[in-house]
Design a protein around this ligand. Structure first.
Ligand code: B16
Ligand code: MG
Length: 218
């Protein structure tokens, strides 16, 4: 067993893909005849694609057959992928490469732990894929966050026991999942929203090297 492992959520931690999810869900909502606001989009953070569409249809009071539901899931994703296609390194959130580089240079194993089924192409687009020793995403799990499954699989793939894993998350459900997995949870975002986390920082620029060294046990 390795001593420590680090697990990163994707959307809201490494890149801000929430804005593209928003545009794609908004396009679908408008097509179905209702508005979808940025505020409502907050409900979708860290939530699976299927659950997101269920919430969207509830908001618009739209009833769907299974066939329509499946079709809209595909339609939203095709639209979303067109936005992703244009992404590059400039979309990486501040100081993320610095933290990944620090971990890599100390041979600390790194995993992704995301709800997204598009995680791999996104990491490829922003040129960060090579930092990750494991990619655990929406394709690998059957239980969505706050269920700890995604992080427990990540720990297993890294060969690190869960209590020695550190998780970076921007969503409440993600912090709950990390806590349920018995991992150290670090919220990236608002202290009040993420109050269940062990530590909260507004972004990676606020994390000092000394703190990181302590977490990484180096
Ligand atoms: P996809 P994360 C999540 O990513 C997003 O926050 C959430 O808004 C999205 O619905 C979910 O991924 C599924 O994404 O449609 O690409 O499979 O924060 O868990 O990295
Ligand atoms: Mg997230």
């Amino acid at each position: 067993m390795r001593e420590v492992g680090f697990i990163f959520d994707l959307d809201g931690v490494i890149v801000d893909t929430a804005k593209y999810h928003y545009l794609a869900w908004k396009n679908l909502a408008n097509e179905l005849g209702f508005e979808f606001t940025k505020q409502q989009n907050e409900l979708f953070k860290g939530v699976s694609r299927k659950k997101s569409l269920e919430i969207l249809l509830d908001l618009g009071k739209v009833k769907a057959t299974q066939e329509q539901f499946d079709g809209w899931m595909v339609e939203k994703n095709v639209d979303y992928l067109a936005y992703i296609e244009k992404m590059d390194e400039s979309e990486i959130l501040p100081d993320v490469p610095k933290v990944l580089q620090f971990l890599k240079s100390n041979t600390i194993p790194i995993s992704l732990g995301s709800a997204s089924k598009n995680a791999r192409p996104i990491l490829e687009k922003v040129n960060l894929l090579t930092y990750f020793d494991a990619i655990v995403d929406g394709n690998s799990v059957s239980n969505a966050k706050p269920n700890p499954e995604v992080f427990l699989i990540a720990a297993k793939e890294l060969g690190v026991s869960p209590e020695n894993c550190v998780v970076f998350e921007d969503a409440v459900a993600g912090i709950q999942a990390a806590n349920a997995a018995n991992m150290l949870s670090i919220g990236i975002g608002d202290k009040e929203v993420l109050h269940e986390a062990d530590y909260v920082f507004t972004d990676f620029t606020q994390i000092e090297l000394e703190f990181l060294k302590k977490l990484a046990k180096v």
